[in-house]
Write a protein that binds this ligand. Structure first.
Ligand code: ADP
Length: 633
C-alpha cells in the first residue's frame, strides 16, 4: 500500500526556484484581478470618447460603435480566457495580447476615420501609461504593447501639417513607450523585492514557530523522563509521547544487551500485541542485517518505503506493520546503546525535517535517562556491596566482642581471683564499653538487614504478655535505682497477629530509651487491642524532648545531645530501627514529649483477626478497661 509523502512544509520553501514559481503564480493572480479593473476603466473611457465622437462627428457614429463593439468583445474574451484552467497561469500573455490588440484597434479606427496623428499618439500614450500602472506584467509585456502601438503608426494618414505632425507624434509615442517600459521594469523589481522580503519574513516566523513547537515537545519529553525516571515504565511513556509529538502510528524502543551482543525489544506504544510478542523473541545482532550494522551515534536511519528496502527484508517489515520508519540511535559517547523507532503502518514517504529533529531530540533525552539508570544501578550495586561488607564485618566483630564481655564478666565475678577496687572499676569500664560496641554492632546488623530488604514481616498470633515478661527480664538490669518500670495490657491475655520478634525489638528500643533518659520517676508500657489495632505506648517521666528536635530523632545517628560530653550513651540508631520496623509492619509511630516532663512514644500496628477474636472474648470482664493486667515486675 502506498501513500504520498507528507507535504514537506518546511523543506521546500528554501528553494529559490520554488520562490520564483510562487512569485509568478502570485503575479498571475494579481493580474487576473487587475485585468477586470483595467478592462472596465478602458471601456468606460473609450465609451466616453465614442459619445464625444458621435456628438462632434455624427458621420462616424456607425464605425465608432462598431469599433467599440470589437473592443468590448476583445475585452470580454480576455477576461474570460484568463479564468480558463489552461490559461490561468498565462494571464500575462493573454493580457499582453489584449493590450496589443486594443492598440491596433485604436490605430485602425483613427486611420479609418482620418483622425489626426496627434490624436492617435495621445490615445496610444494614454493606453500605454494606463496599462503599465494598472497591470503588474513586467517590462517585456509593456514593450510588446508599446512596439505594437509604434508599428500601428503605419495605419495613420498624414495630418494637415504633414511630417511635422508625424514627427511630434513619433516623439510623444517614443516618450510614452520608453517611460512606460522603464516604469513597468522598476515596478516589477519593487514588487519582486517586496515579495521576497515578505516570503523571507514568513519563512523566518514559520521557522521560529517550528523551533518553539519542537522545543516544547522536547521539553515535555524531558519532563516525562524526569518525573518517571525511577519507574519501570519510563521508556513506554517516552514511546507514547513520541507517537503524539511526531504524529506517527507507533514507536518502540530496543536496548543493546551486552551479554547477547544484540538489540532487544524493550517497550512500545501503538504496536499490535501480536507484533510486540514476536519482536520480544527476536535478537538483532549487528551481523543480523545491514540495517543494524548501519547504526551510528547521532545519525538517523530512515526507511521511506518498506517495499523498496534493501537493508532489511521487506517481508519482515510488512509482517511487523512497517510501511515507513525512522530509527534514532540512543548513544552513550560513541556507542549505540539503544534505538528509538518511529513508524507508520500504511503511510510511506520521507519524514519531515521537524519529525527528524524531534526523533533525534527524543533519542538524545532518552540517552540521558539510560545514563541515569546506569548510574543508579552502579550506585545500588555499590550500596549493596557496602551493606554486605558492613554486615559481614559486624557479624565478625560480634564474636570477639562476646568473648571480651564474657571474660570481663568472669573477671568481675572473681573467677580468676579477687579484684582490687581499682581493677574492678577498670573491668567494669571494659565491660561497659564492650557492651556499647555490641549494641552498635547489633544495630548496624539490623539496619543492614532492613536496607537489604531481607527482613520481611513474619506474621503469627502471639500473646503480648509473654513478650512483656521476656522484656521485663532482659531490661531489669537497666532500670535505674530511682525508677519504676511497669507493664500493662488490656484486655487480659490479648493475642495479636503480628511479627513477635519485631514487636519485641520495637518495645525493647523504646523502653531502653525511656530507662536511659529517665533518671528518676516511672516508665510505663501499655498495650491496648482495639478492634484490629494494637496500640503500644511507652510513657516516661524523664528529660523529655524539645518540639524542635522531635522531627529529627528518627534519623540515623541523630541524637538530641550529640556532643562528646553527652550524659547518655547510645549510637543514634534505635529510633530509626523502630520506625523502619513499624513501617514494615504497616503501622505508625507518634511522639508526645515536653522537656522536663517526659515522653510518650505511641505505636499503632494492625493486629489482625487474632486480636479481634480476643477482643470479643474479653469485652465482658470489666477489669479489661479498669487498668488491665500487670506483667513482670
Ligand atoms: P540513642 O542510641 O541515642 O538512644 P535513638 O535513635 O534511640 O538513639 O534516639 C535518638 C535520640 O532521641 C536520643 O539520643 C535522644 O536524644 C532522643 N530520645 C529518644 N528517646 C527518648 C526519651 N524517651 N526521652 C528523651 N529523649 C529521647
Amino acid at each position: 500500500m502506498r501513500a504520498s509523502a507528507p507535504s514537506p512544509r518546511h523543506e521546500s520553501r528554501h528553494e529559490p526556484a520554488n520562490r520564483g514559481a510562487a512569485y509568478r503564480a502570485e503575479t498571475a493572480r494579481v493580474l487576473r484581478r487587475r485585468l477586470d479593473i483595467t478592462v472596465a476603466l478602458f471601456l468606460l473611457l473609450v465609451g466616453c470618447s465614442i459619445v464625444l465622437e458621435r456628438a462632434f462627428h455624427p458621420e462616424r457614429a456607425r464605425i465608432a460603435t462598431l469599433t467599440y463593439g470589437v473592443e468590448l468583445a476583445l475585452c470580454l474574451l480576455a477576461v474570460a480566457a484568463v479564468r480558463l484552467p489552461v490559461l490561468v497561469a498565462r494571464a500575462g500573455e493573454v493580457a499582453t495580447l489584449l493590450g496589443a490588440a486594443l492598440a491596433l484597434v485604436l490605430a485602425w479606427y483613427n486611420g479609418r476615420v482620418g483622425g489626426s496623428v496627434e490624436r492617435f499618439a495621445t490615445a496610444e500614450v494614454c493606453l500605454l501609461s494606463g496599462l503599465f500602472v494598472l497591470l503588474p506584467w513586467g517590462w517585456r509585456a509593456q514593450l510588446a504593447v508599446a512596439g505594437t502601438a509604434f508599428l500601428s503608426l503605419g495605419l495613420q494618414g498624414n495630418g494637415p501639417n504633414g511630417s511635422e505632425d508625424l514627427a511630434y507624434a513619433v516623439v510623444a509615442l517614443t516618450a510614452g513607450a520608453v517611460t512606460s517600459v522603464a516604469g513597468a521594469l522598476f515596478l516589477d523589481r519593487y514588487r519582486h523585492d517586496a515579495f521576497v522580503r515578505t516570503a523571507l519574513l514568513t519563512e523566518a516566523s514559520e521557522l521560529a514557530r517550528d523551533e518553539a513547537e519542537t522545543a516544547t515537545a522536547l521539553a515535555r519529553v524531558g519532563e516525562t523522563l524526569n518525573a518517571h525516571l525511577d519507574q519501570p515504565d519510563v521508556l513506554a511513556r517516552v514511546n507514547a509521547l513520541a507517537v503524539e509529538v511526531l504524529g506517527c502510528d507507533w514507536s518502540s524502543t530496543f536496548v543493546w544487551d551486552e551479554q547477547r551482543a544484540a538489540f532487544r525489544f524493550r517497550t512500545h506504544a501503538g504496536v499490535r500485541p501480536e507484533v510486540a510478542a514476536e519482536l520480544a523473541e527476536v535478537e538483532f545482532s549487528r551481523q543480523s542485517m545491514p540495517l543494524v550494522a548501519a547504526l551510528r551515534p547521532g545519525m538517523l536511519v530512515e526507511i521511506p518505503d518498506a517495499a523498496d528496502e534493501t537493508r532489511m527484508p521487506p517481508a519482515l517489515l510488512r509482517r511487523w506493520d512497517v510501511a515507513s520508519e525512522l530509527i534514532a540511535p540512543i548513544s552513550r559517547r560513541d556507542e549505540v546503546v539503544g534505538v528509538l523507532v518511529y513508524g507508520y503502518r500504511a503511510r510511506t514517504g520521507a519524514f519531515s525535517a521537524r519529525q527528524r529533529r524531534l526523533a533525534l531530540g527524543i533519542a538524545h533525552a532518552t540517552a540521558m535517562t539510560f545514563e541515569h539508570a546506569r548510574l543508579i544501578a552502579d550506585l545500588q550495586a555499590a550500596s549493596r556491596l557496602k551493606s554486605e561488607f558492613v554486615a559481614t564485618m559486624s557479624h565478625e566483630l560480634r564474636t570477639p566482642l562476646n568473648v571480651v564481655t564474657g571474660y570481663a564478666d568472669l573477671l568481675a565475678e572473681g573467677t580468676f581471683g579477687t579484684l582490687s577496687p581499682e581493677q574492678s572499676d577498670t573491668v567494669n569500664r571494659i565491660r561497659q564499653s564492650a557492651l556499647e560496641l555490641l549494641e552498635l554492632v547489633n544495630a548496624t546488623l539490623d539496619i543492614g538487614r532492613l536496607e537489604a530488604g531481607r527482613d520481611a514481616a513474619c506474621l503469627a498470633p502471639f500473646e503480648l504478655e509473654g513478650v512483656f515478661g521476656e522484656l521485663d527480664r532482659d531490661l531489669t538490669p537497666l532500670v535505674p535505682p530511682r525508677v519504676s518500670l511497669g507493664w500493662w495490657s488490656s484486655p487480659q491475655g490479648a493475642r495479636v497477629l503480628s511479627d513477635r520478634t519485631k514487636v519485641k525489638t520495637i518495645l525493647k528500643n523504646l523502653v531502653g530509651n525511656a530507662l536511659k533518659f529517665t533518671p528518676t520517676g516511672t516508665v510505663e508500657v501499655t498495650a491496648h487491642v482495639t478492634g484490629e489495632t494494637l496500640e503500644l505506648a511507652v510513657r516516661d517521666t524523664g528529660i523529655g524532648i524539645a518540639a524542635a528536635d522531635i522531627p529529627t530523632i528518627f534519623d540515623m545517628f541523630r541524637q538530641v545531645d550529640g556532643s562528646c560530653t553527652r550524659r547518655f550513651g547510645g549510637v543514634g540508631l534505635g529510633l530509626h530501627i523502630v520506625q523502619r520496623l513499624v513501617e514494615l509492619l504497616g503501622g505508625t509511630i507518634a511522639v508526645d514529649s515536653a522537656p522536663g516532663v517526659g515522653s510518650t512514644f505511641t505505636v499503632r500496628l494492625p493486629a489482625g483477626r487474632a486480636a479481634a477474636a480476643t477482643d470479643s472474648e474479653a469485652t465482658a470482664p470489666a477489669r479489661a478497661s479498669s487498668g488491665g493486667t500487670r506483667a513482670g515486675s
